[in-house]
Structures are given as structure tokens and as C-alpha cells.
Design a protein around this ligand. Structure first.
Ligand code: BTN
Length: 306
């Protein structure tokens, strides 16, 4: 057992976890549920999102299938980045859904995933995780988990959504490159405990099931309120690098917005009050939290329009 382990309940005897037995273990938990009704496990694959998309397109009913890998050779992050995916230590999985929503409503699913991961970390690991818009999961200001949603849709109907979730569970930070090391962490690093990946996954899937049912029952606002409760972006001065249209530099002036993050709308767009007092909405991008602004400043002189 690792020297730093403080809670033996969370660890197995040798600190490794029977992730290959996941399929069997989860079968008993998800009788009658949606998410995790079929688990497809790969010891190693390119990217669980890519594999899930392939599998989902061959299935009549892909809803609830979970594709998980112990390692990824080409783990994908948001904005074309790489997701470091070494074996034996982390969680890399993709949940397939075919929700009866319009394509423009799909971003609520990434908020749903963020709520599920943060709730699971808080409850199972006991760390005070929070969300940085749109769906970075932070612990002590460093990223511990990320979500990449990909979708196939027609004009008015979602055909397939792949919600890819990566959680840095027991990874040592030594494997990280110098540029991301200061911004990244793992649950073991922050808690001092080896974490049982199977149990954490089971908890995340249970939280997803719970939140997805809330959405299917049409209660989007309840989910957004839960996201806001777990969020650490709103109320801060932020810089947002919007996703640049093809051929433009992301740091071009028009693609960068600075101001106070004031909330999110029903579609999950971030609402930022810029220096002129106007409110701007951002649907995709990268947020840097500049500083916490006092309630006085955030609440003062609310004027302008979106
Ligand atoms: C981010 O950049 O924050 C998103 C990271 C998403 C990583 C996960 S790991 C499982 C799934 N498969 C991938 O290739 N990416 C996602």
C-alpha cells in the first residue's frame, strides 16, 4: 500500500484494481438502469470516444452503452488537445446516449456529466471538487478530470452522443509534461489515498443515471441549478478564449472576452459582463479565472444587453 494512504477503505492490498472485472461487477448494480447496461472494455485502445462512436453507429439501440479502456493511445482532449492516458491508473470512458433532444440542446449533457463527476468525487473521495465552465473538474485549482462530448445529428434530431470522461485517479504527476504539470493533478495526489477506480466509476455512472433521468423528465433547470451549486467560475473575473472560426487565431482580439462571469443560460452558455457593461454569451471556449471579484463589484451597475 502506498506510504501516503490514509484511508485503507479506499485501497486494495497492493494498490492495483481489477478493472478488467468491471463488466461483471457493474452488471449487478445496473439492473433496469440505462447507463452502464452494457460495458465494453478494452485493455488499450486509440480513444474511447472514437471506439464508442464506431460501436454506437452499428447498434440499433446504443443508449447507455459505456466504452472503457485501461489506456488510450490517442486520448483526445477539448480544442484538439491530447489527453494523457497511461495504463493502470486512471479512468477513461465514454457513455453513449441517444436523447430525444434537439441538437442545440446537447450542451446540457456536458453540464450533466460535470455534475455527475464532481458529485462522485465529493461523495466517494471526499475532496472539494468544483467545475470550471464548461466542464473542467478542478480540485484545489488544478484539473483532475475533463469531458469531451461528440455528436452525430440531423437538423432536428440527435442520432448519437458520445460523452467522453477522463479522470486522473491514481496517476503520478511525474508523467506530465512541464507545461501542464502546474495545472494538472490527480485524486491520489490531492487526497493522499489510492482510489479504487471500479468503485469510483460505479459512483459516476450512478450519478449520471440520476441526472439523465432528471433531464429526460424535462427538468433542465434542476440540473442547471445543481451545476451552479458546484461551479467555481461564476462571480470571478475571467478571460475567455472563444473557439476561433476556421483560419483564425484563438488569441485574436475578437476571440478573447474579459469580464465578470455572471451565470449560465438554459443552454449552458456562459454569460460574461464586459467592461462596457454589456452582457456577452459564450457557447464554447477556454476560461482562465483571473481573480475573485467582490460581491459589490459583481452586483454593481447591472446594465446593458446580451
Ligand atoms: C478535456 O480536454 O478536458 C477533455 C478530456 C476528455 C478525455 C476523455 S478520456 C475518455 C474519452 N476518450 C477520449 O479520447 N477523450 C475522452
Amino acid at each position: 500500500m502506498d506510504r501516503k494512504t490514509r484511508n485503507p477503505q479506499l485501497a486494495t492490498r497492493n494498490g492495483t484494481f481489477p478493472i478488467e472485472k468491471l463488466n461483471e461487477e457493474l452488471k449487478s448494480v445496473f439492473k433496469g438502469g440505462i447507463i452502464g447496461r452494457e460495458i465494453i472494455f478494452f485493455k488499450s485502445t486509440t480513444s474511447t470516444n472514437d471506439r464508442a462512436m464506431e460501436i454506437g453507429q452499428q447498434r440499433e439501440d446504443p443508449e447507455g452503452i459505456v466504452v472503457i479502456a485501461d489506456a488510450q493511445k490517442h486520448g483526445k482532449g477539448r480544442l484538439g488537445r491530447r489527453w494523457i492516458s497511461p495504463p493502470d491508473v486512471n479512468l477513461y470512458f465514454t457513455v453513449l446516449l441517444r436523447p430525444p433532444f434537439l441538437p442545440k440542446e446537447a450542451s446540457i449533457l456536458t453540464l450533466m456529466a460535470a455534475v455527475a463527476v464532481v458529485s462522485a468525487i465529493r461523495e466517494y473521495v471526499g475532496l472539494n471538487a468544483g467545475i470550471k465552465w464548461p466542464n473542467d473538474i478542478l480540485v484545489n485549482g488544478k484539473k483532475v478530470s475533463g469531458i469531451l462530448m461528440e455528436m452525430k445529428s440531423d437538423m432536428d434530431r440527435i442520432n448519437l452522443v458520445a460523452i467522453g470522461i477522463g479522470v486522473n485517479v491514481n496517476m503520478s504527476l511525474n508523467v506530465l509534461t512541464k507545461d501542464i504539470k502546474p495545472l494538472t493533478t490527480s485524486l491520489k495526489e490531492e487526497s493522499g489515498n489510492y482510489i479504487n477506480r471500479v468503485k469510483l466509476l460505479r459512483k459516476i455512472l450512478a450519478e449520471l443515471e440520476h441526472s439523465y433521468k432528471i433531464l429526460l423528465n424535462g427538468n433542465k433547470r434542476a440540473l442547471i441549478n445543481e451545476w451552479l451549486r458546484l461551479d467555481s467560475t461564476i462571480g470571478n473575473k475571467v478571460m475567455v478564449q472563444r473557439v476561433a472560426p476556421f483560419g483564425q487565431n484563438r488569441m485574436d482580439r475578437d476571440n478573447v472576452i474579459s469580464g465578470v462571469a455572471e451565470g449560465i443560460d438554459d443552454d449552458g452558455q456562459l454569460i460574461v459582463r464586459v467592461a462596457s457593461g454589456a452582457l456577452k454569451k459564450v457557447n464554447s471556449g477556454e476560461v482562465t479565472i483571473l481573480k475573485n471579484v467582490s460581491a459589490d463589484f459583481a452586483d454593481s451597475d447591472k446594465k446593458g444587453n446580451v
